[in-house]
Ligand binder design. Structure first.
Ligand code: ATP
Ligand code: MG
Length: 403
């Protein structure tokens, strides 16, 4: 999978070194700041570094929260979660003693170092082509497993969306930015429907990416695991249909759709989807959080059961299809065998008949001197037992009588 985000994007930081990280190429930019691919010269591996915008962390309280949350996010490992390696702080001004390779960072302060995932975001995969059902199920199960693990550690993603999920080179889904969405203040982009937005009203902060925000997130309420379940539902809907679940011309219109509209039925957008998958999506997208799955673990169980059902059905259907192909051949073989067996059995019974019935009858006819009838029967018997010694004896008697 070749991602457009891996194309080189010029950036003043590229080619510089920060701490022991050589900044190689810019991967992208979001609401929190920019992400740059870097080489960790100590461990000799690539990492992705998310530089947080300088205005993202304004108070020492926010900084303390960031350190605390980054510590939690880095404490758990899961094959479907891009690992957070740590949080660091960069020099904010040029230090002449540090040499020319150390970059002045007039605008950047904190950076999060994380696992570099080579591949494409799910958003790019969805827009490139329709994802087949088996990939959709596999990735949905992997993402829900990631949610299950994080939820168990009481970590809510808060910004689950196709742009925060990558499909790596081995076609494995990796969730990015786990636990980071709630950490920093994002750049207010109230009318950008694709980006993380932050709207601050008098007493609530609304933060998230409109098409994937849960209704309670739109209302600025405290986020729970069930909010991630709603976002997951919106992602799964999009994987299955290639279309967003909630549409609108502006961020506000989308948020209103999240609050009040039911997405177009999946069956209308992609017919012949298994009913069990449609049911899972609709349970995730319930407006009332209580009606959704309570956590990633419950969701994961349902998806795995649905996949097991599909696999079992496919095995049976596959067997029928395979049978369908070989049925004519097997039928022909059975007919040939039956005919051959019939012929063999028929011949064997004729041989028996000639020995047990015909030969004694011929002897009786010879005794009664009915030679023409005995002769005709002997001719018949020689069709089946031409080399029979008893028949040979009969022939000698008959030829004697006839001559
Ligand atoms: P948001 O701020 O809402 O998360 P976003 O996900 O679009 O928005 P970023 O998280 O800053 O923005 O990521 C920008 C891009 O950088 C992503 O779309 C992805 O292509 C790339 N990226 C982010 N993290 C990684 C990573 N760990 N490995 C490889 N590429 C990454
Ligand atoms: Mg992101």
């Amino acid at each position: 999978l070749q991602s457009p985000s891996t194309w080189r994007i010029p950036d003043p930081l590229i080619g510089t070194t920060i701490s022991h990280y050589e900044l190689v190429e810019k991967l992208g930019e979001g609401g929190m700041g920019k992400v740059i691919k870097a080489r960790d010269t100590r461990l000799s591996r690539f990492v992705a570094i998310k530089f947080l915008r300088v205005d993202a962390i304004r108070t020492s309280e926010q900084e303390r929260d960031l350190v605390q949350e980054a510590r939690i996010a880095s404490s758990f490992h899961h094959p479907n979660i891009a690992h957070i390696y740590g949080l660091d702080q960069a020099e904010t001004s040029q230090d002449s003693a540090s040499g020319p390779t150390v970059c002045a960072l007039p605008e950047l302060m904190h950076f999060i170092v994380m696992e570099y995932v080579s591949g494409a975001t799910l958003a790019e995969v969805i827009s490139a082509k329709r994802i087949d059902l088996s990939d959709t199920m596999r990735w949905a199960i992997q993402i829900s497993d990631a949610l299950a693990t994080a939820h168990k550690a009481h970590i809510v993603h808060g910004d689950l969306k196709p742009g925060n999920i990558m499909i790596d080179g081995d076609r494995v889904a990796k969730v990015l930015d786990f636990g980071l969405a709630s950490l920093v203040e994002t750049k207010p982009m109230a009318d950008d429907a694709k980006q993380l937005v932050e709207l601050t009203t008098q007493d609530v902060v609304i933060r998230g990416t409109p098409p994937y925000m849960s209704p309670e997130q739109v209302e600025g309420k405290k986020l729970t695991e069930r909010s991630d379940i709603f976002s997951f539902g919106a992602v799964l809907y999009e994987m299955l249909s290639g279309r967003r679940a909630f549409l609108g011309e502006s961020a506000l219109a989308i948020m209103l759709a999240v609050l009040g509209k039911t997405p177009s039925p999946l069956s209308a957008v992609r017919p012949r989807l298994p009913a069990s998958i449609v049911r899972i999506v609709s349970r995730c997208l319930q407006k009332n959080p209580e009606l959704r799955y309570s956590s990633g673990a419950e969701l994961h169980r349902d998806l795995a059961a649905c996949q097991a059902g599909r696999a079992a059905r496919e095995t049976v259907i596959g067997a029928i299809i395979r049978h369908r192909r070989i049925v004519p051949a097997v039928a022909c073989l059975i007919i040939v065998c039956a005919v051959a067996a019939g012929l063999v059995i028929g011949r064997r019974s004729k041989v028996n008949w000639a020995r047990t019935d015909v030969l004694p009858e011929i002897s009786r006819l010879i005794e009664r001197e009915e030679f023409p009838r005995a002769f005709r029967l002997a001719l018949k018997a020689s069709e089946y037992i031409p080399n029979d010694p008893e028949l040979a004896a009969v022939w000698s008697k008959l030829s004697f009588k006839i001559t």
